[in-house]
Design a protein around this ligand. Structure first.
Ligand SMILES: CC(=O)N[C@@H]1[C@@H](OP(=O)(O)OP(=O)(O)OC[C@H]2O[C@@H](n3ccc(=O)[nH]c3=O)[C@H](O)[C@@H]2O)O[C@H](CO)[C@@H](O)[C@@H]1O
Length: 388
């Protein structure tokens, strides 16, 4: 199909609300701009209101609706209910032909539910990721499973993700293997990256050391696991004077307060604010080792050729482990200590990790997703616009 046809659609509504969602939908939005017959409406739930501003410039366009769903200390149920309620009038007004959500956040689940309850078809970017354990990660594994069973179009990053969906009874004709748009986003950001002043200060201070970059924020690690991981890393850096730890701190108070309590005033440890995407990628490029419980970082390290210790007991992204760039460090208590204590083994693994073709996608992933949406819309009869 060409980039343009005579059909004018009611459009695509793209719903996102967190840092990783913006990183991943931005290149898809750019690709969709090339289809002059597809109107795109972008809705931010602002689930991560504090983190989002630094990521809005990844979009080549403005957000059409910015909701305000966060309030301090609210439960997941309260957030979900509030987001569905806030999205409903926007969907009713815009009457899109297709609602798009990405990944596994509460915003994605709310977008899927709000759209389905108005009878609008749903497309899911990053479909088919599974750990098989509903509590790991929590609530993301549950969110993904529920979204899959509401979606009409599934953009699966890898063949493995496609197979998971088929195993759950999703019709193969509704799945397109597209790659993950994070790879498109990463390559765009690397092309435009300029040196961040905030980072230069950190690099100057830690010059000549082996920088270890830590990010941590998963809900299921809050408490004992987070505490233990931070103490282990602190002890490691103090034991090895050639290393330094750089921590862009997640603003979630559960994380920030614990990180500050355990790591502040520690020699060769830099606690910094979260970075914009291009700066964060520069930091990873300069890292000796990455330690993280993030999903997106598991996808990025293959392109950047960095070794990653994954602070989780299971992962929905085994492709990174199989490719040799990542190792699980949380399958059992004490595993992180054990991996770090094997200093010679760690050094030789870190040295062996090089940039490889990314197992999660390529520069064209976002383009394939935009094409899948266009094909889906072209195959649909124009929906009758009934107010449900
Ligand atoms: C269970 C799970 O794995 N769920 C994931 C979750 O996202 P996540 O775990 O990947 O989230 P974070 O770790 O917060 O973000 C990571 C991104 O942020 C960049 N970064 C980081 C620090 C910084 O200072 N500056 C930055 O720019 C970094 O390079 C990376 O791209 O939801 C997503 C959306 O649905 C899902 O796709 C995804 O499955």
């Amino acid at each position: 199909m060409g980039k343009s046809s005579s059909i004018v659609h009611g459009g695509i509504m793209m719903i996102a609300g967190t840092r990783p969602e913006l990183i991943k939908v931005a290149p898809v939005v750019s690709e969709l701009a090339r289809y002059d017959d597809i109107r795109v409406v972008i809705v931010s739930t602002a689930q991560q209101a504090d983190l989002l501003p630094a990521f809005l410039n990844l979009l080549d366009t403005e957000v059409d609706y910015c909701l305000s769903v966060m309030s301090a200390g609210q439960s997941l149920n309260a957030l979900l209910a509030k987001t569905v309620a806030a999205l409903d009038p926007v969907i009713a007004k815009e009457q899109p032909d297709l609602i798009v959500v990405q990944g596994d956040t509460t915003s994605a689940l709310a977008g899927a539910l709000a759209g389905r309850m108005r009878g609008i078809p749903l497309a899911h970017i990053e479909a088919g990721l599974r750990t098989g354990d509903a509590d790991k990660p929590f609530p993301e594994e549950t969110n993904r499973r529920l979204i899959s069973h509401m979606a009409a179009l599934h953009c699966a990053p890898t063949r493995r993700n496609r197979a998971e969906l088929v195993r759950e009874g999703i019709a193969p004709r509704d799945i397109v293997v597209t790659g993950n748009p994070v790879v498109s986003s990463l390559q765009n950001a690397l092309r435009t990256a300029s040196t961040s002043l905030a980072l230069e200060g950190v690099f100057t201070r830690l010059e000549g050391l082996k920088p270890i970059v830590l990010t941590t924020h998963r809900r299921e690690s809050f408490g004992v696991t987070l505490d233990r991981n931070l103490r282990t890393l602190r002890a490691f850096v103090l034991k090895h004077p050639e290393t330094a730890l750089i921590v862009p701190m997640h603003p979630n108070p559960n994380v920030k307060e614990t990180v500050a309590r355990i790591l502040s005033d520690t020699e060769r440890v830099a606690l910094i604010d979260p970075l914009d995407y291009a700066s964060f990628l520069q930091l990873i490029q300069r890292a000796w080792l990455v330690v993280s419980d993030s999903g997106g970082i598991q996808e990025e390290v293959a392109s950047l050729g960095k070794a990653l210790l994954v602070l989780r007991s299971v992962t929905e992204r085994p492709e990174a482990i199989e490719a040799g760039v990542a190792r699980l460090a949380g399958e059992w208590p004490g595993q992180l200590e054990a991996l770090l204590e094997d200093w010679d083994g760690l050094k030789s693994w870190v040295k062996s990790v090089k940039p490889i073709p990314n197992p999660f996608g390529d520069q064209r992933s976002a383009m394939r997703i935009a094409q899948a949406f266009a094909d889906y819309l072209s195959a649909q009869p124009q929906r009758e616009r009934v107010a449900l």
